[in-house]
Design a protein around this ligand. Structure first.
Ligand code: ADP
Length: 138
C-alpha cells in the first residue's frame, strides 16, 4: 500500500471543487487516510517549492498559495503516487488532456487545482511536511 500527499489549492477551494477532486481519486480506488484544512505560510511554501525559489514567478506562486486555505490529504492505495499524477495531468492546465483534473478544472500553469506528490520518496517527505504523526490515524 502506497500513500501520496495531495493539496487542493486555493483555486480549487474557491471554486468549491474539493469534492469533485476527491471523488475522482476515490473512484480510482484510493482512500482518505487523513485530511485537514490549513493556511500555508511563507516558510512552508519555501520548503515545499524549494525547487522553484529562483524562478521569476515564485513570489506569485507564494501569493496564490496563501490566498485561501487549502485542503491537505493523505490518500492511500495501490500505486497511489502515479495514479494521482495521471489523474491530475501535466502542470499547465491548458496542455492537460480533457478528462484529467487539471484539463477539466484548471485554468493555467499556476491555477491548476491540486498538488500531488511526484514520487514515493517525495510523498513520504511531504506527508511529514504537512501532517504531524498524531494527525494520522493508525
Ligand atoms: P507540479 O505541481 O505539476 O508538480 P512544479 O513542481 O513544477 O509542478 O510546480 C509547482 C507549482 O508551481 C505548479 O503546480 C504551479 O502551480 C506553479 N508553477 C509551475 N510552473 C509555473 C509557471 N511557469 N508559471 C506559474 N506558475 C507555475
Amino acid at each position: 500500500m502506497e500513500r501520496t500527499l495531495i493539496l487542493c489549492k486555493p483555486d480549487c477551494m474557491q471554486k468549491n471543487l474539493a469534492g469533485e477532486v476527491i471523488g475522482r481519486i476515490q473512484k480510482a480506488g484510493l482512500r482518505i487516510q487523513a485530511a485537514k484544512v490549513l493556511r500555508l505560510t511563507d516558510a512552508l511554501l519555501a520548503e515545499h517549492y524549494s525547487h522553484l525559489t529562483d524562478k521569476p514567478f515564485f513570489p506569485e506562486i507564494v501569493q496564490f498559495m496563501k490566498s485561501a486555505p487549502v485542503l491537505g490529504l493523505i490518500m492511500t492505495g495501490d500505486n497511489a503516487v502515479a495514479t494521482v499524477r495521471d489523474l491530475l495531468g501535466p502542470t499547465d492546465s491548458r496542455k492537460a488532456d480533457k478528462g484529467t483534473i487539471r484539463g477539466d478544472l484548471g485554468e493555467s500553469n499556476m491555477l491548476n487545482i491540486a498538488h500531488a506528490s511526484d514520487s514515493v520518496e517525495n510523498a513520504e517527505i511531504e506527508v511529514k511536511r504537512f501532517f504531524r504523526a498524531d494527525e494520522i490515524p493508525a
